[in-house]
Design a protein around this ligand. Structure first.
Ligand code: ZN
Length: 395
């Protein structure tokens, strides 16, 4: 049996790339959280270094400390609102309403926190005349640190939540399917046999039935991340009754696509990043957009009032926003690559028609982080032309 097909060597070349891209995303995400959390200490150090005199240094450190404590209170309030509205979950109804309510609650929360600071002598006000420039400067530093530190804490919380969400996969609706016990086991065994023939790495894989009708398509989870990852394929009930029963060719192609993610080693990272970015878009995204807009306006007003030094905080918030948008684009591009490679793999294990039909009929995810069905089919057609039409490995 020949295993030196051109497409197989191409596929094997893509594997480390997919794994590296998803690892890089996780590093980016962690780096962003660390930057947000370390920023206050950095700003405090810089200010003390620049301003210098003893009395003022103590005052600055005190200001930064109060800003950090109020940021913690602000973040705790927001976490409470997030959980109350169930926005830290992937599947919730009435999404626009929940997002709107969260923004209102978060705004009120911030207002309450800052009003509570008045009795201890923190007066937050900003005017554009130079007579109050010290007060304005302190307000900007205070709000800047408060916003950045509290958002950093919220990010860190969300990151932990997703991990829990991914692992909470051991839910009561899951039931292990014993090997060799159903049509779907036969399909998976068939795919694994072909993968062995292509000298792809051995997979530790188990099948689980999801006793719920919420989703249609199977998904792959990494249950442990030691030297040999254990993969669990979760198969929703409707997949068996609607796809396996009526369109076995499509079912085969969909299973092969999912298993490609195991070879690509991008399973766990994807589910976490997906969840992370959907929660981000629901909660922090609109806030960052609002903060960026306010920063631009105040920067213009400051320049018009002849106070160039007040532009600093606006530039900081803007650079953070641009960085966030760039990270999101990286996620989207990496996601595309990952899906495309899995599609090409599935097309060679089954047929172009089976995987194309599956994409057209079942890939209904509207998330902006996922490539659209049209994009996926375009890529598939293009790659198949380039890689050629090798016979199926079992023929
Ligand atoms: Zn996929």
């Amino acid at each position: 049996m020949p295993t030196n097909y051109y497409w197989v060597s191409w596929y094997k070349e893509q594997l480390p790339r997919a794994a590296k891209a998803s690892q890089q995303l996780l590093t980016n995400l962690r780096g962003m959280i660390i930057i947000l959390l370390v920023m206050p200490a950095f700003v405090a150090g810089l200010l003390v270094f620049l301003i210098g005199s003893d009395g003022q240094a103590t005052e600055i450190l005190l200001l930064v400390m109060v800003a950090c404590i109020s940021a913690i209170v602000y973040a705790v309030g927001d976490v409470f609102a997030l959980r109350l509205l169930r926005l830290d979950r992937l599947n919730v109804g009435w999404l626009p309403l929940r997002v709107g309510l969260f923004q209102v609650l978060s705004f009120v929360n911030d207002g309450v926190v800052n009003i509570a600071l008045y009795p201890i002598g923190v007066r937050l006000s900003y005017s554009f005349d130079s007579a109050h420039s010290t007060q304005d400067f302190e307000t900007l530093v205070f709000l800047g640190i408060q916003v950045i530190f509290s958002r950093g804490l919220l990010f860190a919380y969300l990151q932990r939540r997703y991990r829990a969400e991914v692992l909470s996969f051991d839910m009561p609706q899951l039931l292990q399917i014993p090997p060799g016990n159903s049509v779907v086991c036969g399909m998976v065994d068939d795919i694994l046999r072909r993968c062995r023939e292509l000298s792809l790495p051995e997979l530790r894989l188990s099948l689980w039935l999801l006793r719920s009708d919420r989703t249609l398509l199977p998904s792959l989870f990494a249950a442990s991340q030691d030297e040999k990852t254990e993969y669990r394929m979760v198969i929703p009930r409707p997949f068996l009754s609607l796809v396996v029963a009526d369109h076995p060719d499509c079912a085969f192609a969909i299973l092969a696509h999912e298993m490609s993610h195991a070879f690509q080693n991008d399973v766990e990272l994807w589910s976490r990043n997906d969840l992370f970015y959907s929660v981000f878009a629901r909660t922090l995204g609109p806030q960052f957009a609002a903060i960026a807009a306010v920063s631009i306006v105040s920067a213009f007003l400051a320049v018009a009032a002849g106070r160039i030094e007040s532009v600093g905080p606006a530039l900081l918030v803007l650079s953070l926003t641009i960085n966030l948008l760039r990270t999101q684009r990286t996620v989207r591009n990496a996601r595309k690559t990952s899906e495309h490679i899995a599609d090409v793999f599935a097309s060679y294990l089954t047929s172009v028609e089976s995987i194309s039909q599956s994409i057209k009929e079942y890939a209904t995810d509207k998330s902006r982080l996922h490539p659209s069905p049209a994009e996926r089919i375009d890529y598939l057609t293009q790659m198949r032309t380039q890689l050629g039409y090798d016979p199926k490995p079992n023929e």
